[in-house]
Every structure is written in C-alpha cells, then in structure tokens.
Ligand binder design. Sequence first.
Ligand code: 13P
Length: 280
Amino acid sequence: MLVNMRDLLADAEAGNYAVGSFSVANMEMVLGVLKAAKELQAPVILQIAEVRLKQSPLEIIGPLMVAAAESADTPVAVHFDHGKTIEKIGQALDIGFTSVMYDGSHLPLEENISMTKQVIELAKEYDASVEAEIGCVGGSEDGSEDIAINCTKPEDALRFEQEADIDALAVAIGNAHGNYKQTPKLRFDILEDVARITDTPLVLHGGTGISPEDFVRCSKTGIRKINIATATFDSVENTVRSWYNKNEIKGYYDLQAAEVDGAYQNAKKHILIFGTDGKC
Ligand code: 13P
C-alpha cells in the first residue's frame, strides 16, 4: 500500500532501524524491489532523482511507481530524490509521490532553509513529507559532478529543524554518491552529535559501498532512511551479464527476468543488512 514516508520513519525511530530507499529507473527495478519487500515483509521507499528524469521521464515512471506502491501488499512510500526545481517537485506531488526532497545543500544555509520552507508549504497541500540536506554529500546522484564532501555542522542541523518543519534531514558524514574510490571512513562523531541534539529522522545518502557494519552502526545512531542507487544499477547490469554468460537468456523476456532479479537480489541484501525484514 502507498504510505507517507513520515509514517515509515516514525516506525523506524520507534524500532531503532533504518528503511531502505531504493532508486529505480524502470518497471523491472520497481518489480524487483517490491518482490524483495513482499518476501521479507519489509517497508521500503521507491525513489527517483530529478537528474535521472532525462532517462526516465517523470510523467511516465512517476505514475508507474505510485501504482506499484498502491498495489503492493507491504507499505511503500514513493519519494522524489534530490529535487532541484519547484516545478518538478510540484509535478511529483501532483502524480502522487508521498515524499519529496529539496536539495539545497549547495546553497548558503539561510537560502537552503528558505527554499526548503517553500517546498514544505507546497507539500502540505498534498500531506507529503519533505527531506532536506545540509553539508554536502560527495559526488552527485548521476556521477556527472564531483562535489567535494563537506560534513554537516551539528549546530546547522539544529538550526535547520528549528526553522523549518522538515520530516527528514540528509547529513554529510563522509558519504558520497556512486562507487567509492576507497572505503569510506564515516564520521560517526559528527553523526552522534547531530543525532543527540536534533529530533528529525536522519538520512544517509551514498549507500553503495558502505560496509554492513557501518550501515548497522548508522541505523543505531539516528539514521532512519538509507539511499541505495548505484548498487541497484550495478546489480541489474551484472545479473544480465551473468545470465548471458551462462546462456540463460534466450529471448527478451529472459532479459527482463534478469533485470528484475538483479534489483530483487540487491534490495534483499540491503533489507537484511538494515534489519527491516519482518517490520511491516
Ligand atoms: P549511491 O548511488 O551511492 O547508492 O547513492 C544513492 C543516493 O544517495 C541517492 O540519493
């Protein structure tokens, strides 16, 4: 069933775990993630970032994501990731997304807060949740930019939640989008400080390549939503390649099954690490 992200994060807060937020680019990925969610009885979030809309247009993939969530047996929130423009955020809300992110991380704090407040006003009309970001997560969602990591200042996180009624806050603690060039050393000292002085559910972007131990530690230190994108795309690609190598693809529908399986395997792996199984 389609649910508000706010409710999933409140349950995660009460149960001290993190919910996986899986980026999708097509129907096969949506089906794979929802198959894992159903099998493991796990709440999940389906998301797509604004930069990905050139490959997967919002007016096509958006209704598909919402319809898939509505027809799922398990709770599924549909989230617009790294929203950059009010226009696209509004379009996602019109389509029925239950959550949107405004990414003002590149802006001065004041401007970031003020833009996020505009998005909150808009999202209120749809009763949708809003995620914000402060500090800079490294890289960029589609790998087109090499944004330097700029860790979140705990006092900025506190000011953000005091001034804007956000539902989730993405923090930068040494995490980056895409495959890491070297194993990331997450700044748990910063995460602990942010979690101690704020009440907002925290979000970890750049999930691909973070170790299972660090995921678990994050989920025990205030992280309530973990974004996974590259790992899904890699898993789909690698599964297709391996099925071809094993001569298991005889026609288009085998190829489609391999794509669904790649997304399913990756979602399953992460749901089990995050400990979200059986949390429906
Ligand atoms: P990865 O591509 O590193 O998994 O990051 C996903 C993400 O944070 C999307 O917002």
